[in-house]
Design a protein around this ligand. Structure first.
Ligand SMILES: [Zn+2]
Length: 298
């Protein structure tokens, strides 16, 4: 992992598979925006901070996916820093078993779903992030509710930089995964529109490079959502079970899941699209002889 890069007067980030944000505080400290996947990430953050003469003062988690809070446990032990997180997301950060559990329809998940990819080490959450701003170590962070990718996702603004986290994905990530993960497609679209209306100089997605042109980034994300929406809609004709819809969408988007964790994430994504299409009268679910079938309404 490379060292810290400057993107604003007080804003830096540690580039990686997941970008970790850092905001300088007046006392040679740093507020961490997310902590990466695991202990190794935590160590890399500690090393990068040390090299830059910064001491971690707090952790701000944008949402509860394991690749964003997995380094919390290590960093909390090393620096005894307080953890800030959005409500609801905090429940999962404190109880990471909830993620594989919800991906497995609430049942005890398969062991393959309980690795660090979907389940980080549990972390305390000391402060819930509510309201428009939060003051930490003499720095004011602006909180931008950007639900959709996860239920209470937050993007974090400081000075002229917006840490988008997973409200927007970089083009290479969209290309790689075919469809951006979503919990609520309607909210995700609205959140992209909300970010587009902001006036920051630099936008940093958690997966991708910092950009100045938010419109191009927003357009790429909307295009990926539209493409996925069309694929899921197309997959309902002829009527099909959930697993058949998933199979068809994988074929249309040419994004075969690499293993069980990826399969269950993708199935959850497809269900989010089915929910969105159902709300708009473009999909219906019926039980036929004990089998759930999705179809386009006639
Ligand atoms: Zn995420």
């Amino acid at each position: 992992m490379a060292g810290l890069l400057d993107i604003g007067p007080r804003a830096l980030y540690l580039p990686g598979h997941v970008n970790v944000g850092l905001v300088r505080t007046p006392d040679e400290g740093a507020i961490l925006i997310d902590t990466g996947q695991d202990k190794d990430y935590g160590r890399a953050i500690r090393k990068a901070c040390k090299a830059a003469g910064l001491t971690p003062r707090a952790i701000v988690n944008t949402h509860s996916h394991a690749d964003h809070y997995g380094g919390n446990d290590y960093l909390v032990r090393q620096f005894a820093v307080p953890v800030y997180a959005p409500p609801f997301e905090a429940a999962i950060i404190q109880n990471p078993f909830l993620e594989p559990m919800y991906l497995f329809a609430g049942a005890k998940p398969l062991p393959a779903l309980t690795g660090k990819w979907l389940m980080g080490k549990p972390s305390p959450v000391d402060v819930l992030l509510e309201g428009e701003t939060v003051e930490i170590a003499d720095v004011t962070l602006r909180l931008h509710p950007t639900p959709g990718h996860s239920p209470r996702h937050l993007a974090i603004g400081v000075d002229d930089v917006l840490y988008c986290a997973d409200a927007l994905f970089g083009p290479a990530t969209l290309e790689k995964y075919g469809a951006p993960f979503t919990h609520d497609v309607g909210q995700q679209i609205a959140s992209i529109a909300a970010v587009r209306k902001t006036d920051y100089r630099v936008y940093l997605p958690a997966h991708g490079d910092p950009v100045e042109d938010v419109n191009t980034l927003a357009d790429a994300n909307l295009a990926a959502i539209t493409q996925t929406l069309e694929a899921v809609h197309q997959a309902l004709d002829p009527p099909a079970s959930t697993s058949s819809v998933v199979h068809r969408v994988v074929g249309i988007l040419d994004c075969p899941p690499a293993g069980l964790p990826q399969y269950f994430l993708f199935q959850s994504l497809v269900l989010a699209y089915l929910s969105y299409l159902t709300e708009r009268g473009k999909a219906t679910a019926h039980i036929v002889n004990g089998e759930l079938l999705w179809q386009q309404p006639s």
